[in-house]
Design a protein around this ligand. Structure first.
Ligand SMILES: Cc1ncc(COP(=O)(O)O)c(C=O)c1O
Length: 498
């Protein structure tokens, strides 16, 4: 039997075992048909796409429907009285209501502000939230840099900034410590608590009950839902944070360049925009040096919206609804569970584990993002940059680095404040690869990892191919960084050869 035929046979066997252990997968079969019909380019190119947290892929029909819409109409810049403008305004406003409906926002409770992306939505909160001396900005260690960055606005306005720690090895929020920190709100000032509904580093789903707990203790809540909503339901009737940030390309791949901030209406008038711009004012005068901000979303949408792309959001949401978010979640859960199990089972001939996973290894309260590193038979860390190169040769798209989530990485890899300060001491040219060299000499720690993430386009063949690729690192010794030996199970250094 040729190797290829042998691999095909073993893929069939593996699939049979997978279906046996994950019977729920069978009910997601419509996604296999959809992949063949709408995402055929993946299999035509033998491309294994494993970066769904980086960005979802679009279906052919989304592009076709959007192109047809543009082809059939004359669309102008919205918000004026001409027919071309009125036609566009109608579709922009329809998309806005559709977004609110998709997230089941109670009528009249939320406003949807279109932004460039989730980062744009988060920046709007940062610059307009009434941070002031005595107030606080509390966030979890596990946050994207676009949420970390809000601390600059908070501290510039005199608010205290504090981070709630994570527990090891699962990288979940330390509920007891968080609870104690939430007790420290100041009722005379504004207090903002921010956390991601799902980690873009570890895949942990942080409990949405934190929204209730924070409210009860006097906090406003910013929920970063960017990595959560592509495969989970966010129901704003059930949880009602003051702010929710999303990027639509992460949900359905197309269009890029449009995100959304959902703001609770009761909070809109408390936000203080630091400037005004075209489109955000009802009235502005040069001689009077005054302006009157437009109400609701208009006061937050600076300049001209990405109006031609916005109708594609309605198309994308319909696409997700036709599939059903529960179907997507179920598929992602089954495939992630299998992937975790297979990666954990990989060992070198000497019995040492090949993979260390950062975050939970069971599916309870976790999504389809799996972050890890490979280790060689001696316990040396395999260079993840080399892994990415090798994966690319096999047409596997994955991601390496720290995924713009430094706090989760620091917690996962046991990096201390001193380690980070040692890195910062170097020079302004500090990058992740240079930092890696610095901390290799500080007890052989590592920084950065490999991330594989699954979504609605993922199928068994994708994860099977990746596990085959991973198994190829068995007994490989020439791909490591430095000379430091780890015990993967205890995460302790065994020998530092430096
Ligand atoms: C959890 C999370 N928040 C925020 C962002 C920022 O999204 P964007 O780059 O689309 O602004 C990302 C992007 O990866 C993310 O995963």
């Amino acid at each position: 039997m040729t190797t290829r035929a042998h691999n095909r046979a073993s893929e069939r066997e593996a699939y049979a075992a997978f279906i046996n252990s994950h019977p729920d997968y069978a009910a997601t079969g419509m996604l296999d048909r959809l992949r063949a019909e709408q995402y055929g380019r993946l299999d035509r190119q033998r491309h294994t796409y494993l970066d769904c947290t980086g960005g979802a892929l679009y279906a052919d029909s989304q592009i076709r429907r959007h192109a047809e819409l543009l082809d059939e109409h004359v669309f102008g810049n919205p918000h004026s009285g001409s027919p071309s403008s009125a036609a566009m305004t109608k579709l922009v406003e329809r998309a806005r209501s559709r977004v609110l409906k998709y997230f089941n926002a109670p009528p009249g409770e939320y406003t949807a502000v279109f932004t460039l992306n989730a980062t744009g939505a988060l920046k709007l909160v940062g610059e307009a939230y009434p941070f002031a001396p005595g107030g606080r900005y509390l966030l979890t260690f596990d946050n994207h840099n676009s949420v970390n960055g809000i601390r600059e606005f908070a501290s510039a306005k005199g608010s205290e900034v504090d981070y709630a720690p994570l527990t090891l090895p699962d990288l979940r929020v330390d509920r007891a410590q968080l609870s104690a920190m939430l007790d420290r709100s100041d009722a005379r000032a504004s207090n903002l608590f921010a956390f991601p509904a799902q980690s873009n580093f570890s895949g942990v789903k942080h409990p949405l009950e934190l929204v209730h707990e924070a409210h009860a203790k006097g906090w406003d809540v910013l929920l970063d839902a960017a990595a959560f909503v592509p495969s989970n339901r966010l129901d704003l009737c059930a949880v009602q944070p003051e702010f929710v940030a999303v990027s639509f390309y992460k949900m359905f791949g197309y269009p890029t360049g449009v995100g959304c901030l959902l703001v609770r209406n009761s909070f809109v008038s408390k936000l203080q925009r630091p400037w005004f711009a075209g489109g955000t004012v009802n009235f502005a005068t040069v001689q009077g040096r005054a302006h009157i901000l437009a109400p609701r979303e208009a006061g937050f949408e600076d300049g001209t919206l990405n109006y031609l792309s916005i109708p594609a959001i309605e198309i994308g949401l319909e696409h997700l609804q036709q599939i059903g978010i529960d179907t997507i979640q179920s598929r992602v859960n089954c495939l992630t569970d299998w992937l975790l199990h297979e990666l954990l089972a990989l060992t070198h001939s000497n019995g040492r584990h090949m993979v260390r996973i950062y975050g939970p290894t069971k599916m309870s309260m976790r999504g389809g993002t799996v972050t890890f590193n490979f280790y060689d038979p001696e316990g040396h860390l395999v260079d993840y940059r080399r892994v990415e190169e090798l994966a690319s040769r096999e047409r596997i798209s994955l991601r390496t680095g720290c995924f713009c989530n430094p706090g989760a990485g620091e917690a996962a890899e046991g990096l201390t404040e001193q380690d980070m300060l040692a890195g910062l001491e170097q020079d302004v040219e500090m990058t992740l690869p240079r930092f890696l060299q610095v901390i290799q000499h500080r007890g052989g720690k590592s920084a950065g990892a490999i991330r594989v993430s699954l979504g609605l386009v993922s199928n068994f063949a994708d994860v099977y191919r990746f596990v085959q690729f991973a198994a190829g690192f068995q007994d490989q010794t020439k791909l490591t960084i430095g000379e430091v030996t780890f015990d993967i199970d205890s995460c302790r250094i065994i020998r530092d050869g430096a």
